[in-house]
Design a protein around this ligand. Sequence first.
Ligand code: FAD
Ligand code: UDP
Length: 397
Amino acid sequence: MFDWLIVGAGFAGSVLAERIASQRGESVLLIDRRNHVGGNAFDCYNEDSILIHRYGPHIFHTNAESIVEYLSQFTTWRPYEHRVLAAVDGKLLPMPINLDTINRLYGLDLSSSQLEEFFASRRETVEEVRTAEEVVVSTVGRELYDKFFRGYTRKQWGVDPSQLSKSVTARVPTRTNRDDRYFGDRFQMMPAGGYARMFERMTNHPSIKIMLQTDYREIRDRISFRRLIYTGPIDEYFDCRLGRLPYRSLRFEHVTVDCEQFQPVAVVNYPQTEAYTRITEYKHLTGQKNARTSLTYEYPTDVGDPYYPVPRPENEALYKQYEALAASCPDVWFVGRLATYRYYNMDQVVGQALATFGRIQRTLAIPSDILVPPVAVPAKRHPIAEQPQGSLIANPG
Ligand code: FAD
Ligand code: UDP
């Protein structure tokens, strides 16, 4: 009998497992249907000993110092500011759009204030900005929208930006200065030893047992537990009884090429050409030295693992119905990007998991038979080697 069953060993599940084990002294069974912990942030060394991200580039950025402090228990950091170029009209231009993007695209020499006038003369008036298209055309105008956003978004999501909520393209700022960093956050860095190592440390606790290659639906009737934390797709939890929630997927093509550096920055976006959306070169993220270099091409698709909730009003409405069902499930907590159907970054998922833990602490008394005081995070780690289906990894503690 476990005190808790946690479904999904990504950020949401692993943070909650760590908090519950170390702060409440309760036993946790953490399961994942994949063969590793870390969820979509998982990284690993490939056959050329280059650290790659199996599910596409993951760059840590946040404004929340408390989240950095929390994760710093399990990793040290490598400072890294992410830069992206977009292949537009045969040139590689800074993305997000900034002063250099416009000057180089049009062969101009505008100042920042002239660029503001340039945008003002091109932007379209939109009464109430509601869609991913309107966010961009009301900021920089239709021509730049067509060059940088329309094609990329149609590829990425399989629908026109006019069909998506504004939150999608509102993630990408527009700048009139020369700042070419992708993110504006106060903290921008990568876990120095990689994400997988950070997750190993986070989940290495005597009260946490991990079962990999284990699907919740296959074991739910065979394992006894008192409470459940579920971080998989919420519609799946309810056997899709209200209909399927759409999630967008990606096919990743990982390759290693015979040159030291393939492209000038970690990510190059392809809004106008190619079937893939972007190419990532990992050595920029990790600072690794190697005579060869590893890349990932991302091909968006509707089939495959669920990666992105699709922010559209009708999907939000369906999610709300599932959320109402979830509210009627006592002793089940739904957390994370898939279970709360939110286009969250890693730091937001960590924040959501920590807030959920706060609610658990306020709602549930620690049973009196558990006399274990809060346990410090142990230094020892277990390997995250691939495990046969259903095998139980007992943490050495
Ligand atoms: P996940 O990481 O998806 O973990 C959920 C886990 O649950 C999965 O491992 C899954 O296998 C498991 N699971 C689901 N159902 C079951 C079941 N029935 N039984 C057992 N296990 C189950 N965020 C950033 O901050 N910066 C970035 O640069 C960034 N880049 C990204 C790039 C891509 C391509 C993608 C897809 C996402 C990116 N993100 C980024 C977002 C980031 O991946 C998520 O915010 C974060 O990983 C979500 O954590 P999670 O625990 O909610 O979900
Ligand atoms: N986007 C775009 N062109 C780009 C970059 C982003 O049209 O060159 C749009 C696209 O719709 C994308 C959204 O902005 O899905 C958010 O971009 P972000 O880089 O945050 O996407 P993620 O890293 O989450 O895939």
